[in-house]
Structure formats: C-alpha cells, structure tokens
Design a binder for this molecule. Sequence first.
Ligand SMILES: Nc1nc2c(c(=O)[nH]1)N(C=O)[C@@H](CNc1ccc(C(=O)N[C@@H](CCC(=O)O)C(=O)O)cc1)CN2
Ligand SMILES: Nc1ncnc2c1ncn2[C@@H]1O[C@H](COP(=O)(O)OP(=O)(O)OP(=O)(O)O)[C@@H](O)[C@H]1O
Length: 182
Amino acid sequence: MDKQTIRMEILTTLKKLPKQKRMSYNQQLISKLINSSEWKSSEVVGVTLARYPEVETEKIISAAWDAGKKVVIPYSGRNRRLSFYYYERDTPLEESKIGLLEPADRSEEVPKELIDLLIVPGLSYSKRGYRVGFGGGYYDRYLADYYGKTISILYPFQLDEQVEDLVEPFDIPIQKLFIASE
Ligand SMILES: Nc1nc2c(c(=O)[nH]1)N(C=O)[C@@H](CNc1ccc(C(=O)N[C@@H](CCC(=O)O)C(=O)O)cc1)CN2
Ligand SMILES: Nc1ncnc2c1ncn2[C@@H]1O[C@H](COP(=O)(O)OP(=O)(O)OP(=O)(O)O)[C@@H](O)[C@H]1O
C-alpha cells in the first residue's frame, strides 16, 4: 500500500467515526496528554489548528492556556517550510489555500529552540512513531533540526504497521505516541 492509499483510507474512517466515539477518544487523549511528563515539563507547546476530520486540538489549546503555557501554531510557507507563531485568544487568523487556519501576522517567528513540545499531526503511524501526514513533508523538514520533544495523539485505527514499509530516509519518527483505546 502506498502513502496516498493510506491517507485516503484513514480520512474515510475518520469521517465515518460516530460523534460519540470521537468525543470519547478525544476525552481520553486530552487526559493522557495533560497527565504526561512531556506536557507537564513544557512551557511552550506547538500544535496545529486541526480541521475536521483531523484529531481535534481545540481542547488541547485551551488546556495549555489554562495551565499557563504558551501555544505556538504553524504557518505553511514557501518551499514547504513551517514557521511557528504565538497563538492567543485574540490572534488574527487567515485561511490558507487549502483551507487551514494560520496566523495572519507573521512578523515574529518563534525560534524552534524555544518550543519545548511539538504535537505533530498525522494520519497514520507505526508503533515506532513513523508517520504518514497530509503530504508535503512540512513536518519532516521542520523536525530535521528540531531538538525538543515530539508527540502525536491518535485514534486507535490510526496505528498501522504498514507505515514501516514506507519509511523514507527523510522521515523522522515521533518520540511518543498517545493512543486512545477502543
Ligand atoms: N491542521 C493542520 N495544520 C497543518 C498541517 C496539518 O496536517 N494539519 N500540516 C502538516 O504538515 C502543515 C500544513 N500542511 C500542508 C499540507 C499540504 C498542503 C498542500 O497540499 N498544498 C497545496 C497548495 C500549496 C501551494 O500551492 O503552494 C499543494 O502543495 O498542492 C499545504 C499544507 C501545517 N499545518
Ligand atoms: N528534510 C527534508 N528536506 C528536503 N525535502 C524533504 C525533507 N523531508 C521531506 N522532504 C520531501 O517532502 C516530501 C515528504 O512527503 P511525505 O509524503 O512523506 O509527507 P508527509 O510526512 O506525509 O507530510 P507532512 O510532514 O507535511 O505531514 C517528499 O517529497 C520529500 O522528498
């Protein structure tokens, strides 16, 4: 199976997921996350503004703010380069070409050395933390010289050892996966 097929299959499954199930998974993930040492030891957390049917991140962002952490969100720039910016309740956003919400004011990029924890989005993962994302390699490029902590949060069906067969030299595994249980 190739990456494109995996992407389509997982997107289909995500879209079919009943609301109740989705809510219960999200609940589990947020509690696993906020009880983790990775979370507790981080002051600056990088996270995406997830869009349906991705795994939700809204409550993670609120939890970070409530815990007094700073949140940074990505902008997908030229040459598939990500840059991160502080995100607060009143931060102006704009819609990207593919419909993601991204920071409108990009005058002050947050250097990657300041980001303690990156919550990396993806569609499918192997146990070792290799991932298939939306394509583009934005995160692979960013992670190539990122030395902070990386985690991903996922629903049980997003774990797939077939991802191991698709690992390419530029792929960088996520350090820790938080997986909702059935
Ligand atoms: N919610 C969310 N935000 C995220 C990601 C994600 O997976 N989820 N990303 C995870 O990586 C980055 C953005 N990923 C992207 C992946 C593909 C394309 C894309 O297909 N772009 C079109 C058009 C771009 C252009 O014309 O330059 C293309 O490449 O054809 C854009 C961004 C950062 N933000
Ligand atoms: N460090 C890097 N330097 C240059 N090109 C890279 C690097 N990492 C990945 N790439 C390129 O980016 C593309 C990666 O696409 P892939 O389908 O693996 O993306 P993905 O991991 O699913 O997406 P994303 O990381 O955006 O969520 C490949 O074409 C690869 O050549």
